[in-house]
Ligand binder design. Structure first.
Ligand SMILES: C[S@@+](CC[C@H](N)C(=O)[O-])C[C@H]1O[C@@H](n2cnc3c(N)ncnc32)[C@H](O)[C@@H]1O
Length: 272
């Protein structure tokens, strides 16, 4: 699900259109990652799979003394990130595959908010990134834990007329890094040590505002498993499906916010 070629095309396009809702959905995760950056000392940062740039921009705004580079394979997302960062002198964005990115500086901190689970060959990609980094480099990224621990997704999937085939759990996709031992083995093979995987649970926001349920439905129609499944449905099946999604969103609205639990790993390591 969502391989590199999809990010370069329609999936990247939808994420570029929906970046505000996506950033809102990850609000607490972004704050947590930002807080975690404070344990490291750095002047040069690389944001891997930066998407529309939220994490890069947040680091650059808070640390004017630091140079931040975001890389992503989606032309649409890089265009949005560049526009958002146009007023910031210390933040730039490159259209590049992080697995073979070559930069001018050597980053001391590599960061990512859910942008590292899509490599065809993760040990090679993380090994290449280690080679491009300074000798003292550290890495800090988030990724989802298992699908089963993420009602933000399972509750949507449960509304489908047929459950999708589970496929290879380690194939590039949002849940490829669910197994912490697998993540540790990738990073160790790639020349990173002292790997830490800390669980972080957060409410993932789907809808707020005047009509939070309508907001949530609009978001599910564009991003994630509902959007993907709905593409192959006829009009009647789609209407019924989004009727069930509406009921699910209503059940998960509390104090004017539609949100569902999400579960991530916060992974840290340093260059061996
Ligand atoms: C789940 S999105 C996260 C985007 C962003 N970090 C955020 O939090 O909004 C994954 C991102 O990784 C990017 N991506 C996938 N494979 C990549 C690769 N090989 N090199 C760089 N970016 C990649 C996608 O284009 C997408 O923007």
């Amino acid at each position: 699900m969502a391989e590199k070629s999809e990010w370069q095309g329609t999936v990247g396009e939808s994420w570029a259109d929906e970046y505000r809702r996506t950033d809102r959905s990850f609000t607490l995760l972004t704050e947590h990652l930002l807080a975690q950056t404070r344990q490291f000392s750095f002047k040069n940062v690389l944001d891997i799979g930066c998407g529309a740039g939220e994490l890069s921009l947040a680091v650059a705004r808070g640390r004017p003394d630091v140079a931040v580079t975001g890389v992503d394979v989606s032309p649409d997302l890089v265009a949005v990130a560049r526009e958002r960062g146009s007023g910031l002198a210390n933040c730039s964005f490159e259209l590049a595959d992080a697995a073979d990115w070559q930069g001018d500086g050597s980053p001391e901190l590599l960061i990512s908010r859910h942008g590292v689970m899509f490599f065809d060959d993760p040990p090679a990609a993380f090994g290449h990134l280690a080679d491009q980094s300074s000798d003292e480099a550290a890495i800090l990224f988030s990724c989802f834990r298992s699908l089963e621990e993420n009602p933000f997704f399972t509750e949507v999937i449960r509304q489908l007329p047929e459950l999708p085939d589970k496929g290879d759990p380690r194939a590039p996709g949002p849940f490829a890094f669910a197994d912490a031992d697998y993540v540790r083995s990738i990073l160790a093979k790639a020349g990173w040590q002292d790997v830490g995987c800390e669980p972080f649970d957060f409410p993932m926001i789907a809808g707020v505002g005047e009509d939070p349920v309508a907001e949530a439905i609009a978001y599910f129609k564009r991003i994630g498993p509902a959007a993907r499944a709905a593409r192959d449905m006829d009009t009647l099946a789609r209407d019924r499906f989004f009727g069930r999604i509406r009921a699910m969103a209503e059940r998960n609205m509390h104090e004017g916010v539609v949100s569902l639990p999400a579960a991530a790993w916060i992974v840290t390591a340093r260059k061996a």
